[in-house]
Design a protein around this ligand. Structure first.
Ligand code: NAP
Length: 402
């Protein structure tokens, strides 16, 4: 029996006499057989561990949710969903999943849902949402028992200058944990990582930090990777492949179905109440898990992508043009209507973030996840391009018809 099941069973055993009358109008003089039938149903409901999911409709979150529902039908899953339409679609695919309508600024709903949940999984954006993260943690801290919080950060924490150059530092989540946990708060993700880490006394926390996430997800709303629209707009603008300088900078990637298994490993340990695996502390201020399964140069990435874009008519030339980050940023705003002399997008814009990504190094080693017994089972991100581009173009077409 899990810690949650045991706790809930004990709570029920001590309260059932007074609680039962509130829910069931069965006189006490009735035969005990009837009581025990009701009792059995209520016991099952009360014994279900609760998991609150923020970002469960996303590319990463949708893959985690899909496996969670499959592997842990005994867990009561509630998903924060932004619209009623998304809630209906989610519940028609997963009838046992419950939804809470709200966004990251729905503080009251988030706080009460986090208080009620034994486990909170969050795969929504963290950057610029610090206030929401304080609320999540406040809700969890107010629980009677110590809950589990699995947070999603990102390896843009360790991005270097976007020069398209090679031989950058490789960051290891065990060997370099001291540096990783003391990064300047101006580094992307570090402010929210810090907020989460500071709650480690009162909550069992773990931070998953992906490199690029590729591949098709079972998510209904976001089947294709978050980077796909920007890359296609940029390619359309140049009508060809592109890279920053020689494109020798290297990125770590992971397939969305592979990263989902890392969340599932941690959720499994939370349900079992495990604190360590092979001497590894699963939770706490150093529980920072880089998620990656391969490292490739941007030149290799774009060399794999160009024939697929060409085949689908997205670009006419298979040339790979060297461009500047600013040009790539303009391109990813304007697409086919690219104007080389247009003002560049603001520094903190998504267009700029994606264009910087083309030229930086993001070299990470996930030593912690191997200790969890995790192994990547899908191939290279390059092998996903055909399916991802076809799916993305089909979505674009459907949206055009709406
Ligand atoms: N994908 C990557 O390559 C990558 C790499 C490093 C780090 N990450 C981190 O992982 C996170 C998830 O990535 P992803 O690819 O799964 O992104 P995604 O497909 O855009 O999913 C984001 C999820 O968060 C939800 N969400 C966004 N803004 C919200 C708000 N204001 N309130 C409530 N929910 C909100 C979305 O809901 P809707 O369905 O309503 O949009 C969706 O469920 C990223 O935000 C990033 O922090 C991703």
């Amino acid at each position: 029996m899990t810690v949650f099941a045991r706790r809930e069973a004990q709570r029920w055993e001590s309260n059932w006499g007074s609680n039962l009358g509130r829910f069931i109008t069965v006189p006490r003089s009735k035969p005990p057989r009837i009581h025990s039938a009701y009792l059995g149903v209520i016991r099952v409901l009360l014994q279900m561990p609760q998991l609150f999911f923020i970002g469960g409709t996303g590319h990463v979150g949708g893959a985690v949710l899909d496996r969670l529902v499959e592997l842990h039908p005994n867990v009561l899953v509630k998903v924060l969903v932004r619209t009623q339409g998304k809630a209906s679609r989610l519940m028609s695919k997963y009838p046992k999943v419950q939804t809470v309508i709200g966004a990251l600024d729905s503080f009251d709903e988030i706080e009460s849902s986090c208080r009620a949940a034994d486990i909170v999984v969050n795969t929504a954006p963290d950057v610029t949402h610090e206030a929401s993260y304080q609320v999540i943690l406040r809700g969890m801290k107010s629980r009677e028992t110590k809950g589990y919080y699995i947070h999603t950060s990102g390896a843009s924490l360790i991005w270097d200058e976007p020069k398209g150059s090679k031989d950058a530092r490789v960051w290891d989540d065990i060997g370099d944990i001291g540096d990783l946990t003391s990064m300047d708060v101006t580094c992307t993700h570090s402010a929210t990582d810090k907020i989460v880490r500071e709650a480690a006394q009162e909550i069992n926390i773990a931070i998953i930090s992906p490199g690029g996430v590729g591949g098709l997800s079972p998510s209904i709303e976001h089947p294709t990777p978050i980077t796909t629209p920007g890359i296609l707009l940029t390619a359309r603008a140049f009508n060809s492949g592109f890279q920053i300088d020689e494109g020798q900078n290297r990125h770590s990637w992971i397939h969305v179905l592979d990263i989902a298994e890392i969340y599932l490993k941690l959720i499994g340990h939370a349900l079992d109440g495990n604190a360590t695996v092979e001497g590894l502390q699963l939770w706490g201020p150093e529980a920072y898990y880089f998620a990656t399964s391969e490292e490739i140069s941007f030149a290799d990435f774009i060399t794999g992508l160009v024939p697929v874009l060409h085949k689908h008519g997205v670009i006419q030339s298979t040339e790979i043009k060297p461009v500047s980050v600013i040009d790539a940023a303009r391109a990813s705003i304007w697409g086919k209507d690219y104007k080389p002399d247009a003002a560049p997008p603001p520094e903190d814009s998504w267009a700029m973030h994606i264009s910087i990504l083309y030229g930086i190094n993001m070299r990470i080693r996930g030593s912690r996840m191997f200790k969890l017994g995790w192994m990547a089972e899908r191939g290279s991100v390059v092998d996903t391009f055909e399916d991802v581009i076809a799916a993305h173009l089909a979505l674009e077409q459907n949206r055009g018809k709406e």
